[in-house]
Design a protein around this ligand. Structure first.
Ligand code: NAI
Ligand code: MG
Length: 358
């Protein structure tokens, strides 16, 4: 089978890590029976400066018509308000209806603070909640007042919870097939604040619960848990090993995802995927890192893991597992680490080590 992958390096170190992502796909063992074709696509601030648009229609059309999945590097945002510029990744999520942002966080090795392995995933709803951007400001006798709409729908809450359930079961299968954190039960924790926001978060909580109570989840032994978001933050930072899959509305998910990334040392390790029905874009969590751009020292691991995550959503679990394993071995040996991890290796040396392990 040939998978067609769109490559959108974007700006800064996006142009150094996306080629690494392509190389790892090309290095997958032939025994998997997978082939790849690649299409280079433009987006980002450099593209905006050249053409006046940050996300060319051609990029979106090609992704829709000619690609099975894609990899997105990072884009730089202008430092001063720039007329006509808007974030291409935000626009892409909208135009391809990528309604979930999936962020796995996995520890490299036990530390005194976290002796138990951290291996969790945050599944963030990505189309509604406070981020519908319906705001207004008006004058009152006591000064200005600003308001924003928080919109929660049954439809969006149900599909995000269903995706979280599917992710939990898949991780459980993969865990059982490797020597990872076996014995852990597949669990989805629903995050909300329905004690205060009984209608909006109440609807999210109830709808997510109903979705996760479907027979196919129950029969597979999925555990449903829930947690109020503030106490979730507390527990996530004290006992991260207790969590498996966390599902959250947009705003809480945004905050929890960045917070959880801090548990594992470097942004250069943390992958993500933007996922809809039938399409996934892998994207490292980090930005364009202008401070290290062009030095050949960007950590490629967040991108390699994003490649594997994209493959999982394209139902290529075995190929994904090969990449995760090679990366984990590289990290646990610790001989070839980039400077963000306290090492001295270049991007190229990390890649050679990971490719050798594949
Ligand atoms: P950043 O993630 O680019 O960098 C933060 C720090 O982490 C820097 O010191 C950087 O050198 C380091 N770092 C990040 N990725 C690394 C990697 N792979 N290897 C080694 N070190 C790494 O965030 P920052 O500095 O806040 O933003 C820089 C630019 O990136 C801005 O224009 C921002 O708007 C954009 N950005 C884009 C994102 C995206 O495309 N999704 C996400 C975050 C920021
Ligand atoms: Mg964020």
């Amino acid at each position: 089978r040939t998978l067609r992958i769109g490559l959108i390096p974007g700006d800064g170190i996006g142009r150094e890590v996306i080629p690494a992502g392509r190389r790892i796909l090309e290095a997958l063992p032939a025994s998997l029976g997978l082939k790849f074709s690649f299409i280079d696509l433009d987006a980002g601030f450099e593209t905006f400066k050249k053409t006046g648009v940050a996300l060319p229609d051609k990029t979106v059309d090609t992704l829709k018509k000619e690609c099975d999945g894609a990899l997105f590097g990072a884009v730089s945002s202008p430092t001063t308000p720039t007329k006509g510029y808007s974030s291409p990744i935000v626009a892409l999520r909208k135009r391809l209806d990528l309604y979930a942002n999936v962020r796995p966080v996995k520890s490299v090795a036990p530390t005194p603070a976290f002796p138990d392995p951290i291996d969790l995933v945050i599944v963030r709803e990505n189309t509604e909640d406070l981020y519908v951007k319906e705001e207004k400001t008006y004058d009152t006798p006591n000064g200005k007042v600003a308001e924003a709409i928080k919109r929660i729908s049954e439809h969006a809450s149900s599909r995000i919870a269903t995706m979280a359930g599917e992710i939990a079961l898949r991780r459980h299968r993969v865990r059982n097939a490797t020597d990872g954190v076996s014995g852990k039960q597949a669990t989805v924790t629903i995050t909300h604040k329905s004690n205060v926001l009984s209608q909006t978060d109440g609807l999210f909580r109830q709808t997510a619960r109903t979705a996760l109570e479907q027979a196919r989840f129950r029969d597979a032994g999925l555990v449903i848990d829930e947690q109020i978001v503030d106490s979730m933050v507390y527990k996530l930072f004290r006992q991260p090993a207790d969590y498996d899959v966390i599902v959250a509305p947009n705003l809480y998910g945004d905050i929890l995802s960045d917070g959880a990334a801090a548990l594992v040392g470097s942004l250069g390790l943390v992958p993500s995927a933007n996922v809809g029905d039938g399409f996934a874009i892998g994207e490292p969590c980090h930005g364009s890192a202008p401070d290290i751009q062009g030095q050949g020292i960007a950590n490629p691991i967040a991108t390699l893991r994003s490649v594997a995550l994209m493959l999982e959503f394209l139902e290529q679990e075995e190929a994904a597992a090969k990449i995760y394993q090679a990366v984990d071995e590289n990290l646990s040996e610790g001989k070839y680490l980039t400077p963000d991890m306290g090492g001295k290796a270049k991007t190229e040396e990390v890649m050679e080590d990971v490719l050798k392990r594949m």
